[in-house]
Design a protein around this ligand. Structure first.
Ligand code: ARG
Length: 467
């Protein structure tokens, strides 16, 4: 059979043109969505009296047969049929004869492909939300197990103030919560039906777009036919949300790489999530977080790629827009690949509480608290800061930590010191002193975990409603 659009042409397409313009190599990933959309479309054509019901039945049966064959790998897609839409239509016609040619009534590939993309991304956004939720769950569980684990908190990657390790983990729960909320919000703009826009202007057939939307469970239909076929904002938005998710994962990855180094020794990743070296027998490498960190680049690239494809594109459909697919598929695969590994990697990670505690004991991260102590005794904060700066310098010069100083030594720096300073300087006291909403005090982190669990439940409910 020749091209579905061959009528106007007097020559065969150059085979290099076929290969260059074809998208079947990658858009076959849309086969399920394409058939799902076609089934709704043809049902509507029957309901609106545009096609006789017996034709509709034949076409639906044919589509289901083609779907079954695709699932069984029985269909060989052809480059000369360009894309998944025409490959399916061609196979449908082969299956049921010329009546198959009636499927495309009142429809264009332009509104068809846009519909497929909406259906595809709608599913992926729910899937990814579920995976982020699983990761949050793993982090909350580790946080609960580490309510008594004190670790240095850093700024400038220099020890700053001691914090609960649980508090550190819960920061990531908040970050992934924003990611989940962004995905949920984007769902509203993904769940809009373009079909019925035709090539660009609508169609002369008396179709019912809302009936198609209802069958496919879209909340709305596009308001403007030109916009319906030209809009790829929902993909740009997805890629941008994906970029932020990868950025978050890359920050956590970097911390895992640092923490699992001998220098830190704060955590040990499970053997099942690490790899070895072909030459150095002692090595256990954190390849997974390293690769997640590295793969963040390709997701950013996909975002910039699509923004650039769309820049200055005139309305309505342009073939340039076929370039929206590979970056999107690649981003979905990259994100899913990372998230799938991250949750079990966090769950199985061993936290070395002793190493963390040793690190806290051997630092000056309680210095702010002595300054606050002096402020409590009436000294202005700036002066207190100066006094403690000198005290710390003295410690460094004498190879001591603040808790090693005798009362006489403390008194050298300020007469305001008294014995209660030794209690103030204990890491537990330092942590629990930060008893503000959102702070690292144990009570606050316990509450934060409870609030985290409420959010987890809310996401679960949303997932249940969007299956
Ligand atoms: N394969 C095309 C794409 O992905 C489908 C739409 C083609 N429409 C057209 N008029 N050439 O964008």
């Amino acid at each position: 059979m020749s091209k579905l659009w061959g009528g106007r042409f007097t020559k065969q397409t150059n085979h290099l043109v076929d290969e260059y313009t074809a998208s079947i190599g990658f858009d076959q990933a849309l086969a399920e969505e394409d058939i799902q959309g076609s089934l709704a479309h043809v049902t509507m054509l029957g309901k609106c009296g545009i096609l006789p019901l017996e034709d509709v039945e034949k076409i639906k049966e044919g589509l289901n047969t083609v779907l079954g064959k695709i699932r069984d790998g029985e269909i060989e897609f052809s480059v000369s049929d360009e894309d998944i839409h025409m490959n399916i239509e061609k196979n449908l016609i082969q299956e049921i004869g010329p009546v198959g040619g009636k499927l495309h009534t009142g429809r264009s590939r332009n509104d068809q492909v846009a519909t497929d993309m909406h259906l595809y991304l709608r599913k992926r956004v729910v899937e990814l939300t579920g995976m982020l939720h699983t990761l949050q769950h793993a982090l909350v569980t580790q946080a609960r197990d580490n309510l008594d684990t004190i670790v240095p908190g850093y700024t400038h990657l220099q020890r700053a103030q001691p914090i609960l390790f649980a508090h550190h983990l819960m920061a990531y729960v908040s970050m992934f919560q924003r990611d989940i909320e962004r995905l949920m919000d984007s769902y509203k703009r993904i769940n809009v039906l373009p079909l019925g826009a035709g090539a660009l202007a609508g169609t002369t057939f008396p179709i019912d777009r809302h009936y198609v939307a209802e069958q496919l469970q879209f909340d709305r239909v596009y308001e403007n036919s030109l916009d319906a076929v030209s809009d790829r904002d929902f993909i740009v938005e997805f890629l941008s949300h994906a970029s932020i998710i990868m950025m978050h994962l890359s920050r956590l990855s970097e911390e895992l790489v640092l923490w699992s180094s001998t220098e830190f020794g704060f955590v040990e990743l499970d053997d099942a999530f690490c790899t070895g070296s072909s030459i150095m027998p002692q090595k256990k490498n954190p390849d997974v977080p390293e690769l997640v960190r590295g793969k963040t680049g390709r997701v950013y690239g996909n975002l910039i790629g699509l923004l650039t494809v769309l820049k200055s594109l005139p309305l309505a459909y342009n073939k340039d827009m076929q370039e929206d697919k590979e970056g999107m598929f690649d981003t979905v695969a990259t994100l899913e690949g990372a998230l799938q590994l991250f949750a079990p990697m966090i769950t199985t990670m061993k936290v070395n509480k002793g190493r963390m505690r040793d690190a806290v004991n051997k630092d000056f991260s309680n210095a702010t608290d002595i300054a606050d102590f002096l402020v409590g005794k009436g000294l202005p904060f700036r002066q207190a800061h100066e006094v403690i700066g000198k005290t710390v310098l003295y410690c460094i010069q004498n190879s001591k930590y603040l808790l090693d100083l005798s009362m006489d030594e403390f008194k050298q720096f300020s007469p305001l010191f008294d014995d209660s300073i030794y209690g103030v300087l204990q890491p537990e006291t330092v942590v629990d002193a930060r008893n503000v909403y959102g702070g690292t005090a144990t009570d606050q982190v316990v509450n934060a975990i409870k609030r985290g669990e409420v959010l987890l439940n809310m996401t679960e409910q949303w997932l249940g409603e969007h299956e």
